[in-house]
Write a protein of this length. Sequence first.
Lengths: 353, 353
Amino acid sequence: MNSRLKSIYSTLEAKRLDGLLVSLPANISYLTEAQTRDSYLLVSKKQNIYFTDSRYTEEANKFLNNNAMLKECNGSVFARIAESILSLKLKNAGIEERYLPLAEFNKIKEYSKGKFNLIPTHSIVEDKRMIKDATEIAKLRKAAQITASALEYIKRFLAPGIKEIEVAAELERFMRYQGASGASFDIIVASGPNSSQPHHLSGERRLRNNEPVLIDFGADYQGYKSDLTRVLFLGKINVLVRKVYDIVLKAQETAIKKIAPGAEMAEIDRVARSYIAKKGYAKHFTHNLGHGYGLEVHEDPRISGNEASAVRPGMTFTVEPGVYLPGKFGIRIEDMVLVTVKGCEVLSGAINK
Amino acid sequence: MNSRLKSIYSTLEAKRLDGLLVSLPANISYLTEAQTRDSYLLVSKKQNIYFTDSRYTEEANKFLNNNAMLKECNGSVFARIAESILSLKLKNAGIEERYLPLAEFNKIKEYSKGKFNLIPTHSIVEDKRMIKDATEIAKLRKAAQITASALEYIKRFLAPGIKEIEVAAELERFMRYQGASGASFDIIVASGPNSSQPHHLSGERRLRNNEPVLIDFGADYQGYKSDLTRVLFLGKINVLVRKVYDIVLKAQETAIKKIAPGAEMAEIDRVARSYIAKKGYAKHFTHNLGHGYGLEVHEDPRISGNEASAVRPGMTFTVEPGVYLPGKFGIRIEDMVLVTVKGCEVLSGAINK
C-alpha cells in the first residue's frame, strides 16, 4: 500500500467516513501512481477497489500492485460499486461532489437500498495533491525542460506566412520526440489581433511581420503537465506592444518576488494586479494571476484575489499576468513556480523573456 | 434563431419543461453551431442565455448571433444561472443529469430559493445529434479524408526502430497541416504485444520487424471527429496474426453488409460477434462493435448487443470488431459508417485493409 492511500485513510477517519469513492481521473492517477483512465476507485481501510472495463484489464493488472483490487465491470459499474460498498459494510461513503454527475450519484444511491449513506465531500485528494513530492517535482521539472526546448526550437521555425496551427503542429511533434506523451492542453498560438483572446483556438491565420505571436503550451510528461506562455515577435515591435509587454513583465517579476512560504495568495495576485492598475490597464487584466499545475494543467491552488490562504513549500503554480486589448493584441507572460523552503524556484526559469 | 434550438423548444414543450440548462460542451457546440468551451447554455422559448467568463467574451460575441444572449460571469456562474431562471420565470427547468455534477446541481437548487424546480433529463440534445445534417456530414467526410491521407503518409514513415510516440507525433503533425485542429483523441500506436490492449497508451517502445502495429486515430475538423483503426505490418506476417486478421476483417464486412435503415443495432453487433465466436475467439472480442461519432468521438448510438433500436438514415457510427490475445497481439479494424436511405456508406472507404 502506498503512502498516498494511507494518508487518505487518516483524513477519512477524521471526517468520520468509512470510505471514499474517487471519480476524478487525476485523483485516481495520484492515488494509484499510474496513468489511469475510465475508472473509479473505492478507497477504504478494509479494501481498496479499482473498477474499470475489459479494455484496461491488462494494464491495470500491471500497475495496481497491492494498492487496490481490480474489479472488471462490463455493464453497470454503479451496481458493482454499490455491491462493493455493501459487502465491505461501509456505512458512510464519501463521494466527490464536484465531479460525480447527478445521475451517477442517484444510481449508486438507488442500488444502496438505504443500507449506506453517500456523503458529499470535496478536495480530500486535491488537498494532498497541492503539495508535490520529490517524484512529482522531478516529472514537472522534466515537463518544463521539454517545453523550454520546444520554445527554443520553434523560435527558429517562426516566419511570416506560417499558419498558427502549423506552429502548434511543430511544437507538439517536437515535444513527443523529447519524451512527452503530447501537449498538456490544446496549444494556443495566437497571432496579431488573435492574441487579445486569452484562450484563442489556433487556426488557419498566417503569421505576419511586425506582429506579436502569443504561444501558450505545455508538455505532458508521464501524466504531469507543464504550462508556459511567451509572446514572440516577428520584425519590428510596435511602441504600444513594447510598452504593454514591459508592464506585464514587471508585474510578473514583482509577483514572483513575493512568493515564499507564508505569503498570502491574494497578496501575490494583488501586487501584480496593482502594478498593472497603476499603469492604467486594470480592466484589461481579466483573469486570475495563476493556478496550480501537476496531474492537471489547472488545479489547486488558485492564485486569485479571493484566496486568503498562504502558499506552502511544495506547491507548484503558474504566475501569468496578462493585458488584453480587444481587437488589437494581448500580452501574457507565464512561468511555472515551485515554492521552496525559503522562497521559490522558477521551473521554467531557463527561458528568456 | 437556428433550427437546432427551435427543435429543442418542441421537445421541451412535449416534456412540459420551460427550459433546459445544457452543460455538456458538445451539446452546447451543437446548439450554437460554434466551437464552445467553458460555458453553460440556458435554452428557453423566452430567451436563450450563454454563460461564460471573460476569457471567451470576444469569441462568443462573434459566434452567438441571435441564437443566445451572452452573460459574462466572473465569480459564481451558478448564482447567475439561478438568477436568469428566476427572472425568466421558468418553473420547471431541465438539467442534464448525466453531466451536471452533484455540487453544481445543489448550488443552483440552493440559489433557486424553492422558486423553480430542477428536473433531471437525459439525451434531449443527444437524440437530435444522432441524426447528422448535411453540414455535419460534410465536416465528418473531411475529417475522414484527412485521416485517410495521414494513414497513407505514415505507411511510408514506419520502419523498425521508430518509437510508437514518434508515429503519433508524425500523424498529428500531418493532420494539422491538412486542416485539422488536432487529433480527435489520444492517438493509439500499439506495436507488437502492446496491441493486445485495446486502449494502449502510445509510448517509448520501438517498432520491430515481423510485428503488427495497431494504429487507432482520428482528426478533429471544425469540431467534428473521425475515428479509424488499421493494423499495419513490418516485415513478414506470422500465420496466426494473418488468420486472426482475416477473421476480424470478415466479421467487419459481414456487419457492414447488415447496415440499412431498420436494421437493429443488436443484430449488427450480433452478426460480427457470432462470426468471431464461430471461429473460436468469442471471449477475445471484449467490447461493443461500434459507437457514434460526431462532435464527440464516442457518442450515441452504441452498437451493442443490448440496443434493440434500429439504425436510421443520417446516423454515423464506427464498426470495429477486435480480437485481443493478451501478451501476444491484438487485431482491430475500424471504419466510419454513415447510414443512407438504402444502406450505408463507408466514409473511410478509400482506405485499404
